[in-house]
Design a protein around this ligand. Structure first.
Ligand SMILES: [Zn+2]
Length: 293
C-alpha cells in the first residue's frame, strides 16, 4: 500500500538501509537533493510531492488520493476538478507563513496529526478530503476505495485520526458494491430524489445490473469502461437478456450523471411513472377480463 514518491525523511532513508556516509555521498553526487529540513528527494521525485514537502507538509487529500490512484494501480475514483496541490501542514508549521502558489491547505477533523511521510496514507487523505469534497464526492471516492483495495471501513477509521460525527454519517451511506464513481453518484442522487434504489440487483442467474429503480435497470458507464468490443457485445447481450425478463434498461454515461443530472432525473421520473401505470393496469382485474389478448 506504500508508494515511492521519491521524497524521504532522513529517518526513513536510514530505515531503508542508508548509512550516514551513504547519505553524505548521495548529497555530494546529487542523487539526494535537500527539500526541507530533514527531507531529501531523488532527482525523479514527483513534483507535487516535492512542492507539498517544501510547503511544510505532506501531499494529502485529493492530491494524495490521485497519487495512490496512479502509483498503486488501484481503481480509486477521484472526482474531477480540485486541481490545486492539497497540502496537510505539519503542526510544527503552525503560525509560519504559507508559500504562495496553487496550494490548498487541508486539515482533517480532530487534532493535527504529525507528518511522517511525504504522501498521506489513504485514511489520512480521506480525513482531509472529508472537509474538502462534497459529501457526494467523498462517498463515491470511499466506495471506490472499498471496492478496489483491501481497505475496509473499520481499517480506514482506525487510521484516520478522529472520526467526526459527520464522517461516520457519510461512511454509513457508502456501499462497497459500487462499480464506478458514476454509479455511486447516481445512487446517492436517486436516493436523495426519494427513490428506493437497489444496488447491483440480480439479472439472470449470475449477473447484476448496477442499479434498479422499480422495473428500470440503470447501467452506469465509468469513463474507462465499455470502450472495447467485448464490453460492447456484452452490453447488447445483457440488453437482450433483461428484455426477456421485461426489465427496461437505461444506460448512463459519466457526463450524464455528473453534468446533465437534471435531465436524466426527469427521464427516470417519466419512465418510472409510466412503469407504475403499467403495473396498475396489469393488476386491474376488470382490465384483465376485458383484455382481448
Ligand atoms: Zn483538500
Amino acid at each position: 500500500m506504500t508508494s515511492d514518491s521519491g521524497v524521504y525523511t532522513l529517518k526513513k532513508l536510514a530505515a531503508m538501509g542508508w548509512s550516514p556516509d551513504d547519505i553524505k555521498r548521495g548529497r555530494q553526487s546529487e542523487t539526494l537533493i535537500p527539500v526541507a529540513r530533514g527531507w531529501v528527494r531523488s532527482a525523479t521525485a514527483d513534483p507535487r510531492v516535492v512542492a507539498a514537502v517544501k510547503a511544510g507538509g505532506a501531499l494529502s487529500c485529493v492530491g494524495a488520493l490521485r497519487f495512490h490512484q496512479a502509483h498503486d494501480s488501484s481503481g480509486i475514483w477521484v472526482p474531477p476538478g480540485h486541481n490545486e496541490t492539497h497540502v496537510r501542514r505539519s503542526k510544527h508549521m503552525k503560525g509560519k507563513p504559507r508559500p504562495s502558489g496553487p496550494f490548498r491547505w487541508c486539515q482533517g477533523y480532530g487534532q493535527p496529526l504529525p507528518v511522517v511521510t511525504a504522501v498521506d496514507s489513504i485514511p489520512l487523505a480521506l480525513n482531509c478530503a472529508a472537509r474538502c469534497l462534497t459529501p457526494e464526492e467523498w462517498i463515491a471516492t470511499v466506495d471506490s476505495v472499498l471496492s478496489t483495495t483491501e481497505w475496509t471501513i473499520p481499517d480506514i477509521q482506525a487510521e484516520m485520526g478522529r472520526v467526526a460525527k459527520a464522517v461516520t454519517g457519510m461512511f454509513a451511506r457508502c456501499d462497497d458494491r459500487s462499480q464506478s464513481g458514476t454509479e455511486s453518484i447516481a445512487r446517492l442522487r436517486l436516493i436523495a430524489a426519494g427513490f428506493e434504489v437497489q444496488v447491483q440487483p440480480d439479472i439472470g442467474t449470475h449477473e447484476h445490473a448496477d442499479l434498479r429503480v422499480g422495473a428500470l435497470l440503470i447501467e452506469c458507464d465509468g469513463r474507462a469502461y465499455h470502450s472495447d468490443a467485448e464490453a460492447f457485445r456484452n452490453d447488447r447481450r445483457r440488453d437482450r437478456m433483461t428484455m426477456i425478463d421485461r426489465w427496461m434498461t437505461m444506460r448512463l454515461t459519466y457526463d450524464d450523471v455528473l453534468y446533465n443530472w437534471e435531465e436524466v432525473l426527469e427521464d427516470i421520473r417519466a419512465v418510472t411513472r409510466s412503469d407504475r401505470h403499467r403495473i396498475r393496469r396489469d393488476n386491474d382485474p376488470r382490465r384483465r377480463e376485458n383484455s382481448s389478448i
